[in-house]
Structure formats: structure tokens, C-alpha cells
Ligand binder design. Structure first.
Ligand code: C2E
Ligand code: CA
Ligand code: CA
Length: 637
């Protein structure tokens, strides 16, 4: 039954009940009231008779004379002799008289009033003792049996008007309430939808995905089935948002949604996991496995998109995990899929199925994270410095500060490992703080010794989001009295590209401070030259992967040559890292590379070793000699 009808019927029932209760109460009250009025009247008629008595004459004779002689009338008077216990002649009789007489005689009560019923007839009575005698005058009155209909004939019209009004109000209130309920339930449905769906693609959002994964897992468990859960990461979304605007990005997301729906044809669950990530969950069967679902998804998502007159190529990366092989609950399955996706992105491959060996959240890794936090907090890390040789001036003009961690139990932990942990756990902020403090202080000490070195510090992508970075660096330089150009900040091109607008703003702030800026690991990222040209950078560091083999590999040598020439065209100085042999060094010098860094010059070393080396080779003290490089190399580890 519709809610509206239910409410109308309930309200009408309630109002009918209220009116009925009211009528019954009113009827009972009216009867009690009229009974009271009648009984007062009966007493008064008795007293009226007593007022007519003359004390000098015989009492009984007078009573018999003045009491009306009625028989079987509605209202009769009777004379009762209490001492002789009988009704005396002289009064009237009706059905109630004898009953009343018996009642009075038995009870011996002299003044009473009440009512009794004989058959369907109700009698009201009042018995008053005649003053100074044994006589009682009982006045019995047969009550009008049409009392209830009389009552309703009086209250009928107002009662029906009240009933009509109350039914009308009930219907109105029921309709109003029904509308209110409908609005509330519509609002609730809308809120529920919004809370569980992405409003752009109308797909379930992350929370709803988690819940449906859990539900599907439970039913899969009951049927001994397996589930494949995939995360599809649309790589180009950010670039499209930045270059063509968010509207185009929204269109892309919508088109991806449609393509995924077409591919699955209702056989799985699709969700918007967040930003540029979609989720797909499907039951594994004879025809559906991780490999063919991976193919299908990539085939459906990757073909060219036509958006606002642009043909866009979109690259997707997939992470896949399987229930029950990889996880027992929804949270775990989703987390493992994220791990697989992370691995695929890190290895620059289009997809990856979860593999426990790649899991960053393993117990071992968690322990290392905990230990690293303590090591940073207790300043247990060390800073090593690797010289950078200035080819034109034949001197060590600068050093790169490189963090080292000797774990109390595990010994040397490679920086690539702990820096990655620090980046993923947010510890990189405090690690960079410490490196900057230590390196700038050390730089000041070398300056005090007359060794005017530049110190290079590596920044991570996350550091570029630290709004306090430039003021912190400025304070440190000021405190240690080091000129800004003696500090160089190395930022990888990948870090610069993670949030170009943000990076540009921060680099501008750092450039305004006067510090040197260097693009690290150049050649390994995807930075556009047009973009790099806009950044206030001073130098470009060619990644060691091109330099290490340049003496043997002509194509590496060509890349290095082209990079040096490109950097010079952009007005940048060039550092080549990973120089391990004399041939590479000579070749780089011929190419016009300004600085070289590598094991051929020196390995990274603690500050006291470097200080000793600087002293013995008289490096960078304004009186260097041509033997400087030979001296450094003689001292190298
Ligand atoms: P990077 O910034 O590219 O540092 C240069 C790396 O190349 C250093 O490795 C250095 O030891 C190594 N290297 C130098 N010359 C040669 C050579 O001739 N041959 C070879 N094979 N390698 C050479 P390291 O110290 O292991 O550092 C690895 C990476 O860890 C660094 O790469 C950098 O990305 C990161 N890292 C180290 N310290 C810090 C730090 O304080 N902060 C941040 N954010 N990252 C750091
Ligand atoms: Ca570096
Ligand atoms: Ca590098």
C-alpha cells in the first residue's frame, strides 16, 4: 500500500478514535451530571412535602394526605416505616418502590440516594427521613430510557462537524507528512548516492568499491571462486588537465568509463578509485584470467581518444591482485593491487600482477622504516661528499653531499633503498632538513679553511611541496654566513615534472635567493625542453647511465655529446656523473663539459677525508696548480 494511503488511513482512524473517546466521555459525564441534577430535584420535592407538615396534627395522617397517590408512574413517593419495616399506605408504587423499600429497611440508613436498574429500566431515588419520626419519604424516579439518543440529538451536529473537520485535518496532515517523508527519503537516497559514487562518471567511489569487494569476496569464498581485482591508471590525465583544461580531462574520464563498461559488458564491477584510477573486479573463470583481462583492458583503454578536436593517445598502467591467492580481505586485496600498480609504474611496464617480493609493506620494510625514523631523529646518518672536478679551472670546485646509513644490525643500506623509503613515508622532509643543515655547516667550515667549495644537495619531489624550504635554506645560509651561490640544489627532471606549476614556483623562489639549481639524472625522465627552458636552472647533470659506457658505446657518447651541446644552447653548464675512466674524462673535456664527477676522480667520502684531501692537494684555495687533478686522483679511495 502506498505510504500516502497508509498515512491517510492511519490519521482518519486516529481522529475517529479521538472523536469516539471524546463522545463516550462526554456522554458519561452528561449522564452523571443529569443524575446529580435529578437527585437534587428529588430531595427538594421531599423537603417541599416536609415544609407542608403541621406539628400539631397527627403526623402519619398528614403524610398520607400530602404524599401524592400515584401508581406505576415514573415519579412516585412512598412512606416507609423503618421501625415496622414496611411500606405504609398513602404513597404511590412503581416497580422500584418495593426494591427500594427493602434496600432502605435492610440497611437502616436514613438519608440515601442512588440508582438501580430493573430489567432495562433505571431508577433514581432519594430517601429522606421525616423530621422527628420513624418515617422515610422515598422518592423514586424512572429515568428516561432515551437518554443516549437525547444526548446525541443535542451533540450530534457539533460532533459531526468536529468529526468532519478532524478528518479533513487528518487527510491534510497525512498528505503533508507523506510529502515530507518523500522529500526526506529522496534527499537520503541522493546523499547515499553521492557518498558512494563519483559524480562525474557515476561509478562507485573508493569507499563503495571497498564494500563491494568485501561482499564479492564473501560470496566467492562461499562458492570456492576466485576474484581478479585490477586498478587501471590513466597516465595522461594530469597532462590533459593541465594542457587542455579540466573539461577535456572530464570528457576523457567519461570516455574511459564507457569503454570499460563496453569491455566488461556487465560481467564485472567498475569503479572510480580516485583521480586517474579506475577499478575493475571480475570473477575468474575458465575464460577469464589475469592475462586476458589485462589484454582486454589495455586494448579497450589505449586506442586514440577524440576530445574537443584533439586526437589523444592515452597510456594506461595496470596493477592486478587476485583473491584468494594474494589477500583474504578487501583492504588487503586493494592494497596489494596498489603495490602491483606501483611496481608496474616504477618498472615502466604496462601492467604487473602482485608479487610478494615487490611488496614495500612487508614486515622487513616496516622495520626499516621505523629504524630510519629513529636514525634521522638521533642524527645517526652520515654525509659523504663526492668531488666534482672543474675541467676549465683544473680544480675541485664543488662536492655532492650524499647520505649514508650504516644500520646497527644490517650494516650499509644503499641510499637508493632508504631514500625511497623516506620518500614514500614522508620522512624525506626531516632527512633533507638534516642534510641541508649538515652540508651548509660543513661548507662554512671549508670556507673558514680557505677552501671555497660549492656544496650540492639532492632534493626529492616531495621537498618541492615544502612551502618553508626556501626560507629554511635562506636562514641556514645566513646563519653559517655562506653565500647562496655556494649551495647547489640538485633536482631530478622527474621530480620537476611531478607538479610542474608547483616546481616552477619553488624554483623561482630558490633562484631569487641566489642558490644554484641543477637538473639531476638528465636523460632519464620525459621532460620537454620547452618546459626546461622556462625554469631558472644553472646546470644540467647528465645521468651516469649514459656516461658510464660512453668510452665503449658510441650511441651513449652521441647522447652525451648532444646533451652537452643542448645544455650549452640553453645557457646551462654541464656536469657529467659516473666518470669511471680516463677516456671518458678526456672525451668529456673535448665536448666542453664543465664538471666531471665519478669514481675516476674520487668516490664519495666522509668530510674529514675530503678535508685531508683538500689540504694535501691544495684544492680551491686560489693557488691551485696543474697537478691538482693528479693529486686528487692519487688520493682517491
Ligand atoms: P645521485 O644523486 O644520482 O647521486 C650520484 C650517485 O652516483 C651516488 O650514488 C654516487 O655514489 C654514484 N656515483 C658517483 N660516481 C660514480 C661512478 O663513477 N660510478 C658509479 N657507478 N656510480 C657513481 P649513491 O651515493 O649510492 O646515491 C644514490 C642516490 O641516492 C643518489 O643518486 C640520490 O638520488 C640519492 N641520494 C643520496 N643522498 C641523498 C640525499 O641526501 N637526498 C636525496 N634526496 N637523495 C639522495
Ligand atoms: Ca645527485
Ligand atoms: Ca644523478
Amino acid at each position: 500500500m502506498p505510504l500516502r494511503l497508509k498515512l491517510i488511513l492511519s490519521f482518519i482512524t486516529i481522529s475517529l478514535m479521538v472523536v469516539s473517546i471524546f463522545s463516550v466521555v462526554a456522554y458519561i459525564s452528561a449522564r452523571e451530571y443529569t443524575q446529580h441534577v435529578e437527585q437534587v430535584r428529588l430531595h427538594k420535592s421531599n423537603e417541599h412535602l416536609f415544609a407542608m407538615l403541621d406539628t400539631s396534627l397527627p403526623l402519619l395522617a398528614q403524610l398520607q394526605n400530602i404524599v401524592p397517590h400515584h401508581e406505576n408512574r415514573d415519579n412516585v413517593f412512598s412512606i416507609i416505616d423503618i421501625s415496622q419495616k414496611k411500606i405504609l399506605p398513602g404513597g404511590g408504587f412503581n416497580l422500584g418502590t418495593h426494591l427500594l423499600a427493602d434496600l432502605l429497611i435492610q440497611s437502616g440508613n436514613k438519608t440515601q440516594q442512588g440508582s438501580f436498574t430493573i430489567g432495562k429500566q433505571e431508577y433514581l431515588w432519594s430517601a429522606d427521613p421525616v423530621p422527628d419520626s420513624q418515617y422515610i419519604i422515598a422518592n423514586t424516579y424512572l429515568r428516561d430510557s432515551s437518554d443516549i439518543s437525547t444526548f446525541f440529538s443535542y451533540v450530534g451536529t457539533p460532533l459531526s462537524t468536529t468529526l468532519f473537520i478532524s478528518i479533513w485535518i487528518s487527510v491534510w496532515a497525512a498528505l503533508l507528512l507523506a510529502r515530507l517523508f518523500r522529500q526526506i527519503s529522496e534527499k537520503n537516497t541522493q546523499l547515499e548516492y553521492q557518498a558512494s559514487h563519483d559524480l562525474l562518471t557515476r561509478l562507485p567511489n573508493r569507499g563503495a568499491i571497498g564494500r563491494s569487494v568485501q561482499q564479492e569476496m564473501e560470496s566467492a569464498k562461499a562458492c570456492n571462486e576466485a576474484l581478479i581485482f585490477c586498478l587501471v591508471d590513466i597516465d595522461a590525465l594530469k597532462e590533459i588537465n593541465d594542457s587542455l583544461g579540466h573539461k577535456s580531462g572530464d570528457i576523457l574520464l567519461d570516455q574511459v568509463t564507457q569503454r570499460l563498461k563496453r569491455t566488461l559488458q556487465g560481467s564485472g564491477h567498475i569503479g572510480r578509485f580516485g583521480g586517474n584510477k579506475f577499478s575493475v573486479m571480475i570473477k575468474r573463470s575458465e575464460t577469464v584470467n589475469a592475462e586476458n583481462i589485462r589484454h582486454k583492458l589495455l586494448e579497450s583503454v589505449e586506442p586514440i581518444y577524440e576530445i574537443n578536436g584533439h586526437s589523444l593517445y592515452v597510456h594506461a598502467t595496470l596493477g592486478i591482485a587476485i583473491f584468494p591467492e594474494h589477500a583474504n580481505n578487501a583492504q588487503e586485496l586493494i592494497q596489494k593491487t596498489e603495490t602491483a600498480l606501483h611496481t608496474a609504474k616504477k618498472l615502466a611496464i604496462d601492467s604487473s600482477v602482485y608479487d610478494v617480493s615487490q611488496d614495500n609493506n612487508s614486515a622487513e620494510r616496516l622495520r626499516l622504516t621505523h629504524d630510519l625514523r629513529n636514525a634521522i631523529h638521533n642524527e645517526e646518518l652520515q654525509l659523504h661528499y663526492q668531488p666534482q672536478f672543474d675541467v676549465r679551472r683544473h680544480e675541485i670546485g664543488s662536492v655532492e653531499a650524499l647520505a649514508r646509513w650504516i644500520h646497527p644490525q644490517q650494516g650499509f643500506i644503499p641510499p637508493d633503498t632508504f631514500i625511497e623509503i623516506a620518500e614514500q613515508t614522508g620522512l624525506i622532509q626531516s632527512l633533507t632538513d638534516w642534510v641541508l643543515r649538515t652540508a651548509i655547516k660543513q661548507c662554512a667550515e671549508w670556507h673558514d679553511m680557505g677552501k671555497y667549495l660549492t656544496v650540492s644537495v639532492n632534493l626529492s619531489a616531495r621537498n618541492l611541496h615544502d612551502e618553508t624550504l626556501s626560507s629554511q635554506i635562506s636562514n641556514l645560509l645566513h646563519y653559517w654566513n655562506v653565500s647562496p651561490e655556494k649551495l647547489c640544489l640538485e633536482i631530478t627532471e622527474t621530480a620537476m615534472m611531478t607538479n610542474p606549476a608547483h616546481a616552477k614556483k619553488l624554483l623561482k623562489e630558490l633562484d631569487d635567493l641566489g642558490v644554484r639549481l641543477s637538473i639531476d639524472d638528465f636523460g632519464t625522465g620525459y621532460s620537454s625542453l620547452g618546459y626546461l627552458k622556462q625554469l631558472p636552472v644553472d646546470e644540467l647533470k647528465i645521468d651516469k647511465s649514459f656516461v658510464l659506457n660512453m668510452a665503449k658505446d658510441e650511441s651513449d657518447a652521441s647522447i652525451v655529446r648532444a646533451t652537452v651541446s643542448l645544455a650549452h644552447d640553453l645557457g646551462l653548464e654541464v656536469v657529467a656523473e659516473g666518470v669511471e675512466d680516463q677516456m671518458s674524462q678526456d672525451e668529456l673535456s673535448r665536448m666542453g663539459c664543465e664538471y666531471i664527477q665519478g669514481y675516476h676522480i674520487a668516490r664519495p667520502m666522509p668530510h674529514d677525508e675530503l678535508t685531508a684531501m683538500l689540504i694535501s692537494t691544495k684544492v680551491k684555495n686560489n693557488t691551485q696548480t696543474d697537478e691538482t687533478l693528479a693529486g686528487v686522483q692519487a688520493n682517491r679511495l
